[in-house]
Design a protein around this ligand. Structure first.
Ligand code: AMP
Length: 266
């Protein structure tokens, strides 16, 4: 592809493809001549008590989806091809201190390890990631700068079901009852955003109240807070000219759901 002078867009995924992923494929198509999708359930980003073994795997179906969408190449390596000889790791100083980084030790280090490999193997001109995993995007952006990958990174907006639930491969874990409750997360984020846009600049109590409401509905909150977009540090007082992320992670039963919404004042 490169010899033909075509620019290459990469979309890294863990498979079990849904419309969230296919939106990323479209974005890649819009910004490059050839689209490469990687499908790899990356073992280094799962903790010992997480769902690596049960994570949905449907390679044949995913390949059909990619074929129907005219994806130019699918890279679906085996574990040994990626980690046959592993010795090194990538450390993160502060961008993983809060949000998912706080509750999933080693998660973003694993993400960086695999994305760094994918960037080196595929050598894309652009790479597309979803806002759904916004902390992941910010950390990969930092790696792109610090490791001089020189790739144009694009963040695609969150794709949601009609009732507001952010699409996720893990949504298949939800029981029917949990699936009905799940959009409550997005509604809470929207409510917090609305109140902030109405003028609340110290949102501590507002957030505590939303946490209680979600807990009362059956969620177990991991975190719900407002973070400065650039540093991913939690903020008690909001200033007009800055951008923030209202982000949540919560369990319904044993399923961990995440979602976020941006506040861009400027
Ligand atoms: P995953 O296969 O879950 O690791 O996700 C692969 C990529 O798709 C990541 O960049 C995710 O942020 C992105 N993604 C997953 N779900 C969504 C969604 N609902 N909307 C937008 N992007 C998503």
């Amino acid at each position: 592809m490169r010899n033909q002078g075509r620019s290459i867009g990469l979309v890294p995924t863990m498979g079990a493809l849904h419309s969230g992923h296919t939106e990323l494929f479209k974005k890649a198509r819009d910004h490059s001549d050839a689209v490469v999708v990687s499908i790899f359930v990356n073992p280094t980003q799962f903790g010992p008590n997480e769902d690596f073994d049960t994570y949905p795997r449907q390679l044949e179906k995913d390949l059909e989806t990619c074929k129907a969408l005219d994806i130019d190449l699918v890279f679906a390596p085996e574990r040994d091809e990626m980690y046959g000889d592993s010795e090194l790791s990538i450390q993160i100083d502060s961008l993983n201190r809060h949000m998912c980084g706080a509750s999933r030790p080693g998660f973003f280090e694993g993400v960086l390890l695999v994305v760094n490999k994918l960037f080196n193997i595929i050598e894309p001109d652009i790479a597309v990631f979803g806002q759904k995993d916004i902390q992941q995007f910010q950390i990969i952006q930092q790696m792109n700068r610090e490791f001089n990958h020189g790739i144009n990174l694009i963040m695609a907006p969150i794709v949601r079901a009609n009732d507001g639930l952010a699409l996720s491969s893990r949504n298949t874990y939800l029981s029917d009852k949990e699936r009905v409750l799940a959009p409550g997360l997005f509604r809470s984020l929207q409510y917090i955003k609305k109140r902030i846009e109405e003028g609340i600049d110290t949102p501590g109590l507002l957030i505590e109240h939303q946490k209680s409401e979600l807990e009362a509905k059956g969620f177990k909150i991991d975190y719900l807070n407002i973070f400065l977009k650039t540093t991913l540090q939690p903020m008690n007082t909001l200033e007009k000219e800055k951008s923030y992320i209202i982000a949540v992670a919560a369990y319904l039963g044993s399923t961990r759901l995440i979602d976020n919404i941006l506040i861009e004042f400027s």
